[in-house]
Design a protein around this ligand. Structure first.
Ligand code: CMC
Length: 421
């Protein structure tokens, strides 16, 4: 079989053959033939802006692998710091490498008190914690000016460790600020998810999270750790491609994640389930979705045209959590929504299935997180993925992101004085 495509410019009759390599075609040949004709691709849905070795997604088969390892195996056997190491460095760590990595991450959890107090004090008490997190991460760039030296691998490692270590501290601080609770210092004796849960919920020093809840937190962090060139990772790469420091690039990732079509969807799902309110309202809600009045949040995905494997694992984890804490009353509505949607021609023909956000919010709510913290939890999990892509991009010494546009505005016209408008 001839593994190539041929493009012909019918204006000139000139053609070019472009080989298909690794499932892609090189745009350089297109550019050579077509000069100033741009590939119109809204949402970059058909554009591979980079090559990457971090995560593999087969949306038709419902497959997600980090560095080749199936997500199901990592969720079952791995810890979150181990997955973070795998994503950033490409291989599972040896025992000694993991020990050193965990030691470093544990030692860098603190945030300078002056910085944390002052930056959060500037916000109103009811500020959304994603706003606090974004600002906190961006602010850290001023605290570590040496992070600008992005081509020094040791320096990159230092910032990667700091960011993975400090995200939970920033996140928990944002929550406690909104509640008026005193900040809780990270305890180095705890593992990553336990430390975070304690920073969130411990008040008198006697909070010990149930092991089933720690397990759920571990799984959720792992399932959110990477997802290829998603919106927030692309935002991180776009900003990083200008050689901005990693704090600035990760703050951009947080900003992109905040939106309800991306990391904000888990919050939107719980709000949607609460608004539906009862099992009996599900059919009329679905009818409204089909009339185009609103979207079924937590459903559909640009890449998955099959059940999102993360949603499957989260659904199981949700049952484990509900066995300990008691069932989230919104679960029945979610289960019925899923059942009705998966049997409905509208959703079947568009290949819309539950995505990672459909059940995650229900677990977060059961664990005691307020809805406005859900995207923050996603951000903690996604941080190693953002950093892995940023690191990969710097190593590739890739070009600055600078797409073209199809200009459809007014042609040249002369300035009209105010009195003549
Ligand atoms: N509810 C109802 N209809 C939908 C939905 C939905 N959730 N998602 C897509 N559609 C319809 C859409 O209206 C369109 O129909 P038509 O062809 O008749 O115009 C068709 O399905 C294709 O949708 P699209 O908007 O072109 O798909 P997209 O790839 O641009 O958008 C998406 C993907 C995830 C933004 C979208 O499915 C959506 O808005 N879902 C709800 C929000 C959500 O759950 N987001 C979390 C995504 S997973 C977490 C993450 O990785 O960020």
């Amino acid at each position: 079989m001839n593994e190539s495509v041929t493009i012909t410019d019918n204006r000139t009759g000139r053609s070019v053959d472009i080989p298909i390599v690794d499932g892609g075609v090189d745009s350089a040949a297109w550019r050579k033939l077509l000069g100033n004709v741009w590939f119109h691709d809204p949402g970059l849905a058909t554009t591979a802006a980079t090559s990457s070795s971090v995560a593999e997604i087969d949306g038709d088969a419902g497959i997600l692998r980090y560095r080749g390892y199936p997500i199901e195996q990592l969720a079952e056997h791995s810890t979150f710091p181990e997955v973070a190491y795998l994503l950033v460095y490409g291989e599972l760590p040896s025992e000694a490498q993991l020990d050193e990595w965990v030691y470093e991450i544990t030692r860098h959890t603190f945030i300078h008190e002056n910085f944390r107090r002052r930056i959060f004090d500037a916000f109103h008490y009811d500020a959304h914690p994603m706003g606090l997190l974004m600002s906190g991460v961006a602010g850290l760039s001023t605290f570590y000016p040496e992070a600008k030296d992005i081509f020094d691998p040791d320096n990159r490692r230092a910032q990667i460790v700091r960011l993975i270590a400090k995200m939970p501290t920033l996140a928990a601080s944002a929550y406690r600020f909104s509640k008026g609770l005193p900040f809780m210092f990270p305890d180095n004796a705890d593992d990553y998810p336990t430390r975070f849960l304690k920073m969130m919920f411990d008040v008198g020093g006697d909070y010990e999270p149930d092991p089933a809840l720690v397990q759920a937190m571990r799984i959720l962090f792992i399932l959110h750790a990477d997802h290829g060139q998603n919106c927030s990772t692309t935002a991180t790469r776009v900003v990083g491609s200008s050689h901005a420091d990693p704090y600035t690039a990760i703050a951009a990732g947080c900003a992109a994640l905040y939106g309800p079509l991306h990391g904000g969807a888990n919050e939107a799902v719980v709000n949607m389930l609460s608004e539906i309110g009862s099992y009996d309202e599900v059919d009329s809600f679905i009818a409204g979705v089909k009339r185009g009045e609103y979207r079924l949040m937590g459903f559909g995905h640009r890449v998955y045209k099959n059940y999102d494997p993360r949603a499957m694992l989260i659904k199981t984890a949700a049952h484990d959590v509900f066995n300990v804490i008691g069932k989230n009353p919104l679960l029945d509505i979610a289960l019925k929504l899923e059942e009705v949607a998966l049997a409905d021609e509208y959703f079947v023909s568009r290949r819309l299935y539950p995505n990672v956000d459909f059940y995650s919010g229900l677990i977060y709510q059961a664990l005691g997180f307020p809805t406005n913290m859900f995207t923050v939890l996603f951000a903690i999990g996604r941080t190693p993925g953002w950093l892995a892509h940023w690191n990969e991009m710097v190593e590739q010494d890739s070009r600055i992101y600078r797409p073209r546009q199809i200009y459809k505005g007014a042609p040249k016209r002369d300035y009209i004085p105010m009195a003549e408008r």
